[in-house]
Design a protein around this ligand. Structure first.
Ligand code: ATP
Length: 234
């Protein structure tokens, strides 16, 4: 479904990712883990068109994404929930959700994902009129994911959804990620909580200073000595 080939992106000449190749198959949850600054966010932003790569390829369902600007990439069915969530802070939960569906036709089709989103995150349905900035960190993350789902993406990319969220909610979020996949949306998940993330992912890539240091099934990656020492505290 998604094929990234030899991708390099840099900021003002400083290379952030170099020679990254990875694949995500339809219906998978694929994790990307790695220490701070390894290039995880840059990778997702490069796929979504928020950062323009220097070289390499990104193909999504056969479409060359590097030829498209970000707003057209999202129309191909690729959604990114960035770190820090980027909600509209002054707008209500309802309006944030509706803006997520803006590329869809008005009316029933646009509102179709709401039922599933509210079943994932019942809390959102109880807070439709609340301003986004007054939500708790966990609720804001739910809203950011809900907003992305309003666009009915076929690939959902999540950048550190657990950031700033209490441990109990992290498990809830990861269960939601599995339900999103089970309903047909493929997931590319960047996470700092490596153990929890490997529990829900099918496969994983470990990034180190902008390169893929290791990849495999989640159990293979979780069994790797280096990963156990660096990320799993074993
Ligand atoms: P973290 O887990 O801390 O978010 P990350 O693995 O997501 O890290 P990136 O945010 O992709 O890593 O950063 C990769 C490298 O690119 C880092 O050295 C970072 O300082 C640099 N970088 C990221 N964004 C920018 C930017 N807007 N301008 C300049 N350098 C940047």
């Amino acid at each position: 479904m998604l094929k990234v080939t030899d991708l390099q992106s840099s900021y003002k000449g400083l290379v952030a990712i170099q020679g990254i190749s990875l694949e995500v198959g339809q219906g998978e949850i694929v994790a990307v883990v790695g220490s701070n600054g390894a290039g995880k966010s840059t990778l997702l932003k490069s796929i979504a068109g928020w950062v323009k790569p220097d070289r390499g390829g990104v193909s999504f369902k056969g479409t060359d994404l590097l030829k498209l600007p970000a707003h057209q990439i999202s129309r191909t069915g690729v959604a990114l929930v960035p770190e820090g969530r980027r909600l509209f802070p002054k707008l209500s939960v309802r309006d944030n959700l509706m803006l997520g569906g803006y590329t869809k036709a008005k009316g029933a089709e646009r509102e179709a994902p709401l039922e599933f989103i509210f079943s994932l995150f019942p809390r959102l349905s109880e807070r439709l009129d609340q301003q986004a900035e007054t939500l708790s960190g966990g609720e804001q993350q739910m809203l950011a994911i809900g907003r992305a789902l309003m666009g009915q993406p076929s690939l959902l990319m999540l950048d550190e959804p657990s950031q700033g969220i209490m441990p109990k909610l992290v498990d809830e979020l990861l269960v939601a990620v599995q339900r999103i996949r089970d309903r047909g949306t493929t997931v590319l998940l960047v996470e700092q909580r490596v153990a929890e993330c490997l529990d829900v992912a099918d496969r994983a890539y470990v990034l180190q200073t902008g390169r893929v240091a290791l990849s495999g099934t989640s159990s293979e990656v979780a069994a790797d000595d280096g990963v156990r020492r660096a990320y799993l505290g074993i």
